[in-house]
Design a protein. Structure first.
Lengths: 325, 329
């Protein structure tokens, strides 16, 4: 369980646009252990999807490296070693646009089976049906439908089936259940957990739902504006959040009961404008919204420190000489 | 409260190769003037179909409205001429659609699209004729209102260049800048982190306080619904199965489906993920007879597969209604 399957080192991804350079991911380092579910949470636009797309080879990093099972994967998909291509798969954030509306669901699921030569032509139909059953869509009802005519949630189930088609070992889940109601979400999550056990899958799980994160991830990585602000084991993260952005996140969770309300840190009113990744403010990029900002914060960008074992935070409130590597 | 919108016994079907999907099966719903109403329910139960019927944007075919009425300020939307409904869509009703990438046109910049909306809604209101400069200034202002960083960059970007949450905020900005009397928001905050979500919900609340539009909020985030709405409808497989004041529903859900739904919410206390609800999403080609929930219900009785339960009033207020034979008196 403790072997690292993925290591990301100083990963940067900049987009050059007419309006300037977007520093979508700006020197990010983290690792994911074999068989774990690593949660990735953060501000909208903080670069989570960009990281995900870089890991699966849609983007080439501007700088930095990523290693998967020791192999360098900081290359675009077309240049990757063949064996790696089917190992890392992704479920996209926006199921509506990631499924081709002009194909039937059967055709959509057949494609990865053909590309990665997963089964013989005669077994393919059976495998498609098996994949659909895995995500609880009765094959006879769904196989010949176009993704256009099914609900948002059903689309995401198809997307999950498509990701799992070539038997990957690492799956990036980019908000896989944000389109689903909680009871269907529960089923999908149970299913994902079961599949993880059966096939020893490793997940990088991106979500905005912290209550969900609380229940699925073993470790949580928090991002703000292209950088990591805190990393902690899940339980520690909820019991002892350190970074002011993390506290703001936790206190903004819309609770469903008074009991939950009482578990949140006391209300830190979320306010202020999110700075732009084109024009990153000097110092700590959170200082425009931070209720605890100090003078140094607008001048010097803090570095990561390990406050406790496996609990890292990047904030001047904690950087009194205990600098980590 | 005077109703702004009243949906009565709405039936909608979709024609597909194998036959007809009988999706909406007699939907009843009332939204009062200035009221904030929530709509929750299983994936695929027909929430989006319901608001698309109200806006009359369902593709027909394959969709067919096979019965019912949608009364908006005394007039049946289903009987309106297309010019009339179009002017309603521009001037009075606005919607935030679920799938922001699909709602935005990929070949135009965000600025182009947003400015179009602003231009239209100011024209339909009839009063203003805005100059290009004013329109641009206003578009920057509405983007800022949703907490969007550098609005100027966003305006010249194409939808594909934005993050999911940014696209969603563009859609929210469009909806907020249309002069709305009825705002229908289909999963407006699913792609946003909770701090921005909280900011946007506060803005929606301010908008309500200022302009008093009615709001229909569809969301899978029950916490958001609990925080923003006054009354909630629970929908299952094309029927409303329960309606109650928001706090009553969360404190004491009655319908077996509503109970199971609330139990499935992942808890911050971290007791694991529930198993969800046994059985499958119903097949709309041949939906279950009677109460459509009966194949999955632990309390099903013989009558449940024979008759469709209508709303029964429970408790001492008539605001809490449930369509389940367990509550028939
Ligand atoms: N192809 C692109 N060209 C230019 N800018 C881009 C591109 N893709 C992403 N960006 C920018 O990079 C930043 C990070 O976007 P990303 O999609 O990674 O965010 P995210 O963390 O996934 O956000 P969300 O939670 O909203 O999905 C945003 O400012 C976005 O506008
Ligand atoms: N254009 C269409 N053609 C055929 N069937 C359709 C079409 N649009 C919707 N449906 C069917 O109608 C049902 C209800 O869909 P709808 O999008 O209204 O659900 P929803 O409640 O909004 O779900 P979600 O929570 O996933 O957004 C689905 O089962 C879907 O398959
Ligand atoms: S470094 Fe300063 S501004 Fe940044 S989070 Fe810490 S206290 Fe706030
Ligand atoms: S009417 Fe019958 S089947 Fe339907 S929810 Fe009530 S008890 Fe269950
Ligand atoms: Mg994203
Ligand atoms: Mg929908």
């Amino acid at each position: 369980m403790s072997e690292e399957i993925l290591t990301v080192e100083n990963l940067k991804k900049y987009f050059v646009t007419k309006q300037g350079t977007v520093r979508a991911v700006d020197s990010v380092s983290f690792s994911v252990k074999q068989g774990e579910t690593c949660g990735l949470v953060g501000e909208s636009g903080s670069g989570k999807t960009t990281i995900a797309h870089t890991l699966v080879g849609i983007y080439e990093p501007t700088e930095g490296k990523a290693f998967f099972k020791g192999q360098n994967i900081s290359k675009v998909f077309s240049q990757r070693p063949k064996t790696l291509k089917k190992e890392i798969r992704i479920v996209f954030q926006d199921p509506g646009s990631s499924l081709n509306p002009r194909r039937s669901i059967k055709q959509i699921l057949e494609l990865p089976l053909k590309v990665h030569r997963i089964c013989s032509n005669s077994d393919r139909m059976g495998r498609v049906m098996q994949l659909l059953r895995m995500v609880e869509l009765p094959p006879e009802d769904y196989m010949y439908k176009s993704p256009q005519v099914i609900g948002g949630g059903e689309k995401q189930m198809v997307a999950i089936a498509r990701a799992l088609a070539p038997n990957p070992s690492f799956v990036v889940l980019d908000e896989p259940t944000s389109a689903l109601d909680v009871s269907v979400q529960a089923k999908i999550i149970n299913l994902l957990m079961k599949l993880q056990q059966n096939f020893n899958l490793t997940y990088l799980f991106i979500t905005h739902d912290l209550s969900l994160m609380r229940n699925v991830a073993s470790r949580v990585v928090i991002m703000y504006l292209g950088k990591i602000s805190e990393v902690a084991p899940t339980v520690e993260f909820f019991q002892n959040p350190l970074h002011p952005y993390t506290k703001m996140l936790l206190s903004s969770i819309p609770a469903v009961s008074d009991e939950e309300e009482s578990l949140k840190p006391k209300e830190v009113l979320s306010r202020g404008e999110i700075p732009s990744p084109v024009n990153v403010p000097p110092g700590c990029s959170f200082h425009l919204r931070c209720p605890q900002k100090m003078e140094i914060c607008s001048q010097v960008d803090p570095t990561m420190v390990e406050v406790e074992k496996d609990h890292l935070v990047r904030c001047h409130l904690f950087s009194d000489g205990r600098e980590a590597t | 409260m005077t109703p702004l919108l009243e949906i009565k016994n709405l039936h909608v079907r979709f024609k597909i190769y194998e036959g007809e999907l009988k999706v909406l099966n007699g939907v009843d719903m009332v939204i009062g003037e200035g009221e904030k109403v929530g709509l929750v329910g299983e994936t695929g139960c027909g929430k989006t179909t319901t608001i698309k019927s109200v806006l009359r944007v369902l593709p027909t075919p394959p969709a067919r409205i096979s019965g019912g009425e949608i009364i908006y300020r005394g007039k049946d939307i289903l009987k309106m001429k297309s010019a009339e409904i179009r002017s309603l869509r521009r001037g009075e009703m606005s919607a935030i659609f679920q799938d922001p990438l699909a709602a935005l046109n990929p070949v135009f910049t965000v600025g182009h699209q947003l400015q179009d909306v602003i231009k239209y809604s100011s024209r339909v209101g009839g009063r203003e004729h805005l100059s290009k400069k004013e329109i641009r200034a206003r578009s920057i202002a509405v983007l800022k209102e949703t907490g969007m960083p550098d609005s100027e960059r966003i305006l010249s970007n194409y939808p594909i260049q934005l993050s999911g949450g940014m696209r969603q905020r563009v859609c929210i900005s469009e909806a907020l800048s249309a002069a709305a009397r009825l705002l229908m928001a289909d999963e407006p905050t699913t792609n946003l982190d909770v701090t921005i979500q909280a900011q946007i919900l506060r803005q929606l609340n301010e908008l309500v306080a200022k302009r008093k539009p009615s709001i229909l909020l569809i969301s899978h985030s029950l916490g958001v619904v609990r925080n923003l709405t006054e009354r909630v409808y629970v929908m299952y497989a094309g029927n409303m199965v329960e309606v109650a004041r928001t706090k009553d529903l969360f404190a004491d859900p009655l319908h077996p489906y509503a109970k199971a739904l609330l139990k499935s919410v992942p808890k911050l206390t971290g007791e694991g993920i529930s198993r969800g609800i046994r059985g499958r999403i119903p097949n709309y080609l041949n939906p279950p007879s009677g109460c459509r929930f009966h194949p999955r219900c632990d309390h099903a009785m013989p009558i449940c597969e024979k008759e469709r339960p209508t709303f029964f009033t429970t408790g001492d207020s008539d605001s809490h209604k449930v369509a389940c034979f367990l509550y028939r008196r």
